[in-house]
Design a protein around this ligand. Structure first.
Ligand code: BGP
Length: 491
């Protein structure tokens, strides 16, 4: 098998997200974001609550968390205390060879209410220190502008993403980030997993709409506003730094038809378009796909929210590269089939694939498949900004190691797929930041025990532990991959 290398300028590293790692959730002026309302539920509590996805439970639950959060376990309050330990963590990232770090900025550290007249100086200083620490360690910053943590005030007072008010606040936030941080980075991602945020009943304000028609209109307005806001970010960033590169960030829901029966093939095609490709169409082609317009017309919505100004912005401000998350694949069938877990959605089970304990099906070849699909559909460079395996694992105190060979195998096979897509299929790919550089709080379940990190953190689901950091065997292996520009993948 040919032993392909990563090019010198390939952005190879890890990813983290502010709400899942910083903690200090109300420190130095920061106020609540929608992420701060997410609570840890045990497995059967989740099932009982019928938690339909990584975001929504229901209005009553959300209001009870707002009214008395002390009754709940809210792990984002403490994260892994990255807010105070970022210097130690960044030097650990350096020690495992990380060349690029994708991290997010908490909107509510910069504008605590989302619409404050002036930015919170302590928030600016915190992130300026992060950038300086990364530059000092020769790590390229890749910034996610918003990662699931919309300011709660913008939801409670201004109807979240469904309102133009929120979009205008986002534009001001983007401008503030560029004016303060453009000298540190050239890579910006607009909104994390935009296609998933569109499903988030809290950020879209849909959770507060009791009338079904209002709920549908709220979701439609939010969807358009999220992609419109993203296009405005592209315009603002290019205006304030003509060398900057801007990417969308889309949760890639890879699926296969359960059989070659034409009905299954059609169902899979439509599902892929309506859950994933539509988002790339909006961000990269700059168009609203017809099937969305058909859906909204069928829902009898007043389409006046689709203004020329928004259409023009989406059309004229497409992204420079296509970034996305990929963890697993699923199966789509017109029949009832056995289902299993996945990022955001349940999927049909694929008998050819193994699954993690959380039911996410491991499919490295699926990554090569989708890289070809999107590269030859949109002809823009790709960047995989999340990919990894969540495992309930423990540090072996007797040997003082954590031998996560399964994580090495997972990452190796996915990185091999990327190199084959580049070298054999001609796909242009500029970077890969695995999820995640360091154990942190899961987005979907708020568990600590669903560990993805190359670096272990001694902490349990309830925040108990020394928070001591230790490098797993996968972290040592990852350094060898980077030091050998990928040769380690083929030995
Ligand atoms: C994505 C998020 C990440 C990360 C990942 C893993 O949706 O962008 O923040 O959490 O999912 O999912 P989980 O943490 O639920 O296992």
């Amino acid at each position: 098998m040919p032993k392909y290398n990563f090019k010198e300028d390939f952005l190879l590293g890890g990813a983290i997200a502010a709400n899942q790692c910083e903690g200090a959730f109300m420190e130095d002026g920061k106020k609540l974001s929608v992420a701060d309302l997410k609570v840890f539920l045990t497995k059967d509590e989740r099932e009982k609550n019928l938690q339909k996805n990584i975001f929504g439970i229901n209005k009553e639950h959300i209001l009870s968390v707002i009214n008395d959060r002390s009754k709940f376990i809210t792990p984002y309050d403490w994260g892994i205390d990255f807010y105070h330990k970022y210097k130690e963590d960044i030097s650990l990232f350096k020690s495992i060879g990380i060349k690029a770090l994708r991290f997010s900025i908490a909107w509510t550290r910069i504008f605590p209410n989302g619409d404050d007249k002036e930015p919170n100086e302590k928030g600016i200083i915190f992130y300026k220190n992060i950038f300086k620490e990364l530059v000092k360690n020769n790590i390229t910053p890749i910034v996610t502008i918003n990662h699931f943590d919309l300011p709660l005030n913008l939801v409670l007072k201004h109807e979240g993403w469904s309102s133009d008010y929120t979009v205008n606040c986002y534009k001001k936030y983007v401008e503030c980030l560029l004016l303060n941080f453009r000298q540190y980075t050239k890579y910006w991602l607009t909104i994390n997993e935009m296609n998933f945020v569109c499903e988030d009943d809290l950020s879209t304000y849909a959770i507060f709409q009791d009338d079904e028609n209002n709920k549908k209109l709220t979701k439609a307005k939010s969807l358009l506003n999220i992609y419109y806001a993203s296009s405005q970010a592209v315009e603002i960033i290019h205006k304030l730094d003509n060398e900057a590169k801007v990417g969308c960030m889309i949760g890639f829901i890879k699926s296969y038809p359960a059989t070659c029966k034409p009905e299954d093939v059609l169902e899979n095609e439509l599902s892929s378009e309506k859950r994933t490709f539509y988002a790339f169409d909006l961000c990269s082609k700059g168009i609203i796909p017809n099937h969305l317009l058909i859906k909204w017309r069928k829902e009898d919505l007043d389409l006046n929210f689709i203004t020329n100004e928004k259409l023009k912005s989406i059309q004229n401000n497409t992204v420079d590269f296509l970034s996305f998350s990929y963890y697993s694949s699923g199966v789509i069938s017109v029949e009832e089939i056995e289902r299993t877990g996945g990022n955001m959605f349940m999927h049909g089970k694929n008998s050819y694939l193994k699954s993690t304990e959380w039911g996410w099906q491991i499919d490295p070849l699926g990554l090569r498949t989708l890289m070809n699909e999107i590269y030859y559909r949109y002809n823009k460079p790709l960047m995989i900004v999340e990919n990894g395996i969540g495992v309930d694992e423990a540090w072996d105190e007797s040997k003082d190691i954590l031998d996560d060979q399964y994580r090495i195998d997972y990452l190796k096979e996915h990185l091999q797929s990327i190199l084959k897509a580049i070298n054999e299929d001609g796909v242009e790919c500029i970077g890969y930041t695995m999820w995640t550089a360091i154990d942190l709080i899961s987005a979907g379940t708020k568990e600590m025990k669903k560990r993805y990190g190359l670096i272990y953190v001694d902490q349990d689901d309830y925040g108990r532990g020394t928070k001591k950091r230790k490098i797993k065997e996968s972290g040592k292996w990852f350094k060898r991959v980077i030091d050998t520009s990928g040769q380690e993948l083929w030995d």
